[in-house]
Design a protein around this ligand. Structure first.
Ligand code: NAD
Ligand code: DAU
Length: 352
C-alpha cells in the first residue's frame, strides 16, 4: 500500500492503540507498533486491526538502542509518534526509577535512533520526516481556580511522572535545536474512553461500581481534570504530525472540565440507568473519600486555541456523550477487562 510509514511507540497501550486503530482502519498510514508490552499493554486492544496489511507489531524496548536502530533501518519510517511511557502518576509515587528509565532515557535513545535515520535520508524524505513526542498537560503543574494552560505556560511538574515527561519534552526540543531533528510536541489533558487500563479514575470507578465495591475519591473530590475522548486525541496527534510546525508545541483538549466528584457521580447515575443490579441508595452510595494523593495537582485545564486555529483540529465528542459511550463499552467488553482484573491489577490503592 502506498501509505506513509509511521512508527507508533506504545501502540499496545490505551492511547497508542487508539492511534493504531485510527491510522490502520482508515488506511491513513502503514503503522509499525513498537511496544515492549509492560503491565499496561494489551494486544487485544489492537486486535481489530492486527491482521491488516498496513499494520506490523514489533516487541521491543525503547531503552534498547540497538533494537531501536534496527527498527528504523528495517522499516524506514516517514515519521514517529512516540507514546511509549510509564503513564500512571500513582505508580510514579510508589517507584520513580522506572519512569526516569522509560520516559527520560528511553526517549533519548529513541531520539538518537530517529536522528541517525533522519540524517541518512535523501533530501525529499528528510524534509518531510517528523518526530512527534506525545506529552501531557501535567508538565505545567497545577492551576488555581482560574486560567488555562497555554503553550507558553512555564513548566512546573509536581509528580515523578510529570517531571519525567517534562524532561522528555526538554530533550525533544534540545534534539531539534541542537541537531535539527524535525520535532513537534503535543501536551494533552486527561483522556478517557474504551480500552483504558483500570488503574485510572474512570475505568476504576466503572468496574468497582459494577462490582458494588467502594469508589475511592482522593481528598474531597474537588480536584479538576479536563477530559478528552481518546479518539479525538488520536485524530489530533495525526493532525499535529502532518501539519504541526517544527519545534512547536500544541496543547490538546476539549474544554470539558469536571471535578473528580462530578465525574464519579456521572458514572454512578449512568450505571443506575444502564444496569439491572443497582445497590440500595444507588451507585453513589458506594462513594468513599480516601487519603489524598501526595502532591495532588488541584486543577488542569487546556487552552487548545493554537491547535484549533492553526491546524484546524477540534474535539468532536463532549463529555456527556463520551462518558456514556465509555460506560456502555465497559458493559459490553467484559472479555477485555476481566483478565486484567484477574491477572494484572484488581483495583488496589497505589501511590501512598
Ligand atoms: P499506557 O500506560 O496505557 O500505555 C503505555 C504503553 O507504552 C504500553 O503499551 C507499554 O507497554 C508501552 N511501553 C512502556 N514502556 C515501554 C518501553 N520501554 N518500550 C516500549 N514500549 C513501552 O499509556 P497511555 O495512557 O496510553 O499514554 C500514552 C502516552 O500519552 C504517554 O506518553 C503519556 O504520557 C501520554 N499522555 C497520556 C494521557 C492520558 O490521559 N492517558 C494524557 C496526555 C498524555
Ligand atoms: O492530565 C493528563 C494525565 O492524565 C496523563 O498525563 C496521565 O498519563 C494520566 O494518567 C492522567 O493523570 P491523572 O493523575 O490526572 O489521572 P488519574 O486517572 O490517575 O486521576 C484522575 C484524577 O482522579 C486525579 O485528580 C486523581 C483522582 N483519583 C484517581 C484515582 C485512580 C481519585 O480520586 N481516585 C482514584 O482512585
Amino acid at each position: 500500500m502506498n501509505l506513509p510509514t509511521v512508527i507508533v511507540t506504545g501502540g499496545a497501550g490505551f492511547i497508542g492503540s487508539a492511534v493504531c486503530r485510527y491510522l490502520v482502519s482508515n488506511q491513513i498510514a502503514n503503522v509499525i507498533n513498537v511496544d515492549v508490552l509492560t503491565y499496561a499493554a494489551n494486544l487485544t486492544s489492537v486486535e481489530p486491526v492486527a491482521h491488516a496489511d498496513n499494520y506490523t507489531f514489533v516487541k521491543a524496548d525503547i531503552c534498547d538502542a540497538e533494537a531501536m536502530q534496527q527498527v528504523f533501518e528495517k522499516y524506514q519510517p516517514d515519521g514517529v509518534m512516540h507514546l511509549a511511557a510509564e503513564s500512571h502518576v500513582d505508580r510514579s509515587i510508589t517507584g520513580a526509577q522506572k519512569f526516569i528509565e522509560t520516559n527520560v532515557l528511553g526517549t533519548s535513545v529513541l531520539l538518537d535512533a530517529a536522528l541517525k535515520h533522519w540524517r541518512g535520508l535523501d533530501k525529499e524524505k528528510a524534509d518531510t520526516f517528523k518526530f512527534l513526542l506525545v506529552s501531557t498537560d501535567e508538565v505545567y503543574g497545577s492551576l488555581g481556580a482560574d486560567g488555562l494552560f497555554e503553550e507558553v505556560t512555564p513548566y512546573d511538574p509536581s509528580s515523578p511522572y510529570s517531571a519525567s515527561k517534562a524532561a522528555s519534552d526538554h530533550l525533544a526540543i534540545a534534539w531539534h535545536r541542537t541537531y535539527g531533528l524535525p520535532v513537534v510536541i503535543s501536551n494533552c489533558s486527561n483522556n478517557y474512553g474504551p480500552y483504558h487500563f483500570p488503574e485510572k479514575l474512570i475505568p476504576l470507578i466503572i468496574l468497582n461500581a459494577l462490582h458494588h465495591k467502594p469508589l475511592p475519591i482522593y481528598g474531597d473530590g474537588s480536584n479538576v481534570r479536563d477530559w478528552l475522548f481518546v479518539d479525538d486525541h488520536a485524530k489530533a496527534l495525526w493532525t499535529i504530525l502532518k501539519t504541526g510546525e517544527l519545534g512547536e508545541k500544541y496543547n490538546v483538549g476539549g474544554r470539558n472540565e469536571r471535578t473528580n466528584l462530578e465525574v464519579v457521580q456521572t458514572v454512578c447515575r449512568l450505571l443506575d440507568d444502564m444496569v439491572d443490579s443497582t445497590p440500595e441508595g444507588g451507585h453513589e452510595s458506594l462513594i468513599t473519600y480516601v487519603t489524598d494523593r501526595p502532591g495532588h495537582d488541584a486543577r488542569y485545564a487546556i487552552d487548545a486555541t493554537k491547535l484549533e486555529n492553526e491546524l484546524g483540529w477540534k474535539a468532536e465528542e463532549n463529555f456527556d456523550t463520551g462518558i456514556k459511550a465509555t460506560v456502555q463499552w465497559y458493559l459490553e467488553n467484559e472479555s477485555w477487562w476481566r483478565p486484567i482484573l484477574e491477572q494484572k491489577y484488581a483495583g488496589e490503592r497505589l501511590g501512598l
